[in-house]
Design a protein around this ligand. Structure first.
Ligand code: SAH
Length: 258
């Protein structure tokens, strides 16, 4: 069996900095305007990189992880805007299906269909889903997130007990900040829980190279007119801590994701 090499991508530099601090013997390389830091976490070879924003940026980063670093698994961690009205700021979403909501080559093919793949969505593997669920659940049920971030900060963002959801995520090259955008997405793709700008693109690259992938997102905003409020503060004080805890638990000795 070949050695596991895990690629971790994040969409916010603050989140990635926290994950980099988990690496032993870190080594940095700059490739194509991105900084890749490789090392080990619990003895597992790991490469961590800020994806930059949007589908093209994230796809290029994933391709470098696959071709240059020879990763065997990819984990994406980041923030997302809520589409499902029951989601709250601070909730965690593990992607089941990922859809590129802005992909539309009609009338040549059906809406959302990825040209030449003949698929309208990509699905995370059952094994990845199970392991992500097992890693994230104790963070919530054992109060680990609560204790690490602290009640004062959580109160500031109106976070009580975060919930874990496993479901569909839509990605596209748009930052959602209006009710109208939300409504249109919800009508076209009613199962989508949240929206972001990278996950489905990275899933496509991984699918094409047979690399198992996991996408985990923290809800940072409600994807409407209130979207931009407190965004930087949320990233710094809450979601960057989430990312570190999630990665620590995913790569803990007892819960690999091979
Ligand atoms: N930090 C920037 C914004 C980053 S872009 C700034 O405010 O200056 C937003 C990132 O968060 C993307 O990686 C995207 O995947 C995710 N995201 C969070 N909320 C989103 C929303 N409402 N719509 C689309 N993407 C969102």
């Amino acid at each position: 069996m070949s050695e596991r090499i895990i690629g971790i991508m994040g969409a916010m530099p603050e989140e990635i900095d926290g994950v980099i601090s988990l690496l032993e013997n870190p080594q940095r390389a700059i490739i194509g305007m991105r900084s890749y830091t490789s090392g080990t976490i619990n003895g597992i070879r790991t490469v961590v990189v800020f994806s930059r924003w949007g589908k093209v940026a994230a796809s290029a980063t994933a391709a470098t992880l696959i071709h240059i670093y020879k990763i065997t698994e990819l984990i994406f961690t980041g923030v997302a805007g809520a589409i499902d009205p029951t989601l709250k700021i601070g909730d965690i979403i593990i992607a089941k299906k990922l859809i590129q909501h802005d992909l539309d080559a009609r009338p040549l093919m059906s809406r959302f269909e990825i040209p030449l793949l003949g698929l309208t969505h990509l699905e995370c593997g059952e094994g990845q889903l199970d392991r992500a669920r097992h890693a994230v659940t104790p963070l919530i049920t054992n109060g680990i997130l609560h204790d690490t971030i602290g009640k004062n900060v959580l109160d500031e963002f109106g976070i009580n007990t975060p919930n874990l959801h496993i479901g569909d995520i839509a990605s596209g090259d748009q930052f959602f900040s209006s009710d109208l955008q939300k409504q249109e997405l919800n009508e076209a793709l009613p199962t989508v829980l949240c929206v972001e700008m990278e996950g489905a693109a990275v899933a496509q690259v991984c699918y094409e190279h047979k690399i198992p992938f996991t996408v985990i997102r923290t809800i940072s905003d409600t994807a409407d007119e209130k979207s931009h409020v407190d965004f930087p503060k949320f990233i710094q004080k809450v979601s960057s801590q989430y990312s570190v805890l999630v990665i620590e638990h995913l790569l803990a000795n007892h819960s690999g994701i091979c």
